[in-house]
Each structure stands twice: as C-alpha cells, then as structure tokens.
Design a protein around this ligand. Sequence first.
Ligand code: UDP
Length: 441
Amino acid sequence: PVPDAPGRPARPVPSPIHDPAPARAEGGVRMRIAMVSEHASPLAAAAGLGGADAGGQNVAVRALALSLAAAGHEIVVHTRRTDPRTPRRVVMAPGVTVDHVDAGPARELPKDALVDLMDEFSAELAACWRTERPDVVHAHFWMSGMAALPAARALGVPVVQTFHALGSVKRRHQGADDTSPARRVAVESDLGASVDRVLATCREEVDELVALGVPADRVTVVPCGVDVDHFRPTGDVAPREGGFRVLSVSRLVPRKGVGTIIAALAALPDDVELVVAGGPAPEDLDDDPEVARLRGLARSAGVEHRVRFVGSVSQDALPALYRSADAVVCVPAYEPFGLVPLEAMACARPVVAAEVGGLADTVVHGVTGHHVAPGDPAAVARALDGLRAHPRRARAQGRAGRRRAEAEYGWDRVAAAHERIYGEVVAAVPSLGALTTGSPA
Ligand code: UDP
C-alpha cells in the first residue's frame, strides 16, 4: 500500500471475482450464447462513444462477446436495427455475429422511447431462436430482459440478466429529471424474480437487487472487465504542455460529476488543467447544452481558461490520452460499474473516484488512487493536490492500478466467470441438464 491517503487507512484489497475456476471451452462444451443488447450495439463501440446513450454497455457487450468467442463459444448479439442500410447479420469476428433486429423505425431513437418496441423485438427473437436455439440467453439492460425472457421461456432456454443500471437507483438520484419509463422499476423487480440468474456488476448492486425483492441466492457479482492489451501504460502519449493534467472521460450527462471536477479546479494552482473527453464530436461541442452548462460553471469559478473540452474520443485514441494525464478523476453521483477508472488504471494512472457503485470495488483507496464522497469538490482538490505534491507516490499508485487491472479485471478472467454461470444455469434446466450443442471447441 502507498501511504498517502489522507485521513484513512488503506483497506485490504478485495478481489471482485471470488471463484475464478475456469470453465473454458477447451475440452469442455461449446455453448451457443445469445446476447440481447437492445440499444447498445457492440459495433458502435468501435465507432464513437461518449454521446448521451452510448457508453460502457456497448464496450462491455463487445468485449465479453469477443472473449467468449475466443474461448470457443458461438455468440449472436441481438441489437435493434437503427439504420436501414445495415445488413440483418454482420460477422463482427470469428464466432461473433451481430443480428440487427427489426423493431420500430430503423433509425436512432432515445433509449427511453424503446420500451414500446419490446413486444416486437421479443417476437423477432422468438422467431430467430425457434430455428437457432441458443443454450443460454444473456440479456443486457432491463428492456433486453423484457424482450428476451418470454422468447426464451417459450423454448425452455435459461436467461441470465445484467441490468447495467437500475431504475430504482436512477430515480433516487435524478428524481423528476429521470426520463425512464414509469414501469421500469416494476419490470426490473419482476425480471429479477423470474430470470435464472442476475449478474450484479458490483457489491452495492446486490443490496439494491435484494431491496427490489430479488432472492439473494439468485444474484452473483461479476464485474465488467478492461482490455489490458489495448489500455497499456506504454505507447503513444497525446501531446501536452507542462503543468499537471487532470483527465475526465465520460458521457456528458450531469450525473457524471464533471461539474464537481471543475469546481475542484478552482481550489488548485493555475498550472493544473482539466481535459474533458466525451460528449458529441468535437465540431458539435458548441451546440451541446451540457457543454454550455459546464462552460458556464467553469466561467463562474474563474477556471474557464484551464478546462478543455475535446469531445468524443475513439477507443483507439483513448490510451494515448489517458497516458497524457497525471491523474484521472471520475466522481459521478452514482455508477453501476464504471469502465473509465479501470481503463485509467490499466494505463497506470492514479484515479480519484467517488466511492459509489463499481468504483467502490475497482479503485482501492490509498493503493490505486483515492476515494472521495460524491459531490465533494474540496475532497477532489485535496486528493489531486496530494498527487501533484508527491509524483513518486502518484506513479506508484498508477502502477498498482495496472497490477490490479491485470490481475482481477482482464476480460479473459471476467469471461470465464460468465462461462461458469452460463454452465450452472444450463445444468439447472430440468429438461436439459446438459448443453445441447455439445461439440467441443
Ligand atoms: N468513452 C469513449 N469515448 C469518449 C467517452 C467515453 O470511448 O469520448 C468510453 C469509455 O472509454 C468507456 C465508456 O465509454 O469505455 C464509458 O463507460 P463507463 O462504464 O465509464 O460509463 P457509462 O457511459 O457506461 O455510464
């Protein structure tokens, strides 16, 4: 442990995956896995993220599908068609096909508007699975579960659900600003009680699920992962000048807490700059209402000249940007998992993170960075000031982050945890008992 965490002792480092017994396809069984990700296409993860509805789920579904395919399984990811020119099926990689399901108009729609299309989506899934029966279905996000469950149940196929975010948490934090459909919380509660297994991405989510009435023995914590080959400590570094660079990477929505970082900047010396990645493409930044709001905050705090908005950054360009930073700050009001701190850790950057959701598990206070309370600019400033004053410690925390990312959160390890659970739910289906596709990889 690196002893520069003011006021708090370093806690023992928890391991997010408690039983990593491998269940690889080699010599084992090859599964046909249907993933449903109604609004978040894994193909979009390669294009552009950071917009209002495109973020971690796209990245996680893509990486999980690729890792499971690399382990010998056959994956189809069903996502809604948003462009009439897209072929129905696209092979993303050997073993991974993306199926563009026709449900509603073939154009982008806000994700909160998709709920009324889920019956149609479900009927398409049912038709598809009748001819191509999966061994297991993994639904990502509540609406995917809504569509997947009836279609899978009709065929006796077990369903695993990852919510990625919970409506009850969103409502608690966003109150009247929550645009989720009114029935979301009830649907999530019903789904939790009906599917074969719920995967919680962090420990905090388990309590939320239990409060929703989901039986605790049906919940397993399985975190998301990070591509530790792509996000590496060494390689190109984005250009930067002197001083101390603080980086924020997120969708630009108020709950991500970028305003807190801007407020913290006012308490830090003039050589500390903040780079804000995410939001629309760079050429559209001036039209974005959240950018305008954040620029207004920076103006009022007298730090406008030290905050730079760079817009959406591609996954390809992100490692160089992380490497250009002295510290990465991620202080959302709440966070179901949070891939950004892990990406920063994998690039060996110290992370200042709000102690919420997945960030409470991934970042280890005093070891890989600092925990602060959400919405506390003074605490963010103190943590950054400490890192700035002690560069050796900061670098040591970065290295500890890299070690933790590699040891605990590589996608191979996370995919193996998923495989194990898929195997368990398939084995528990009374009429099946064993996998149906059966051929070793
Ligand atoms: N991201 C990106 N470019 C951006 C902003 C974000 O590629 O300009 C990616 C980021 O690298 C991460 C994901 O979007 O993989 C955000 O995931 P996270 O879990 O942190 O938050 P979410 O968006 O799911 O709330």
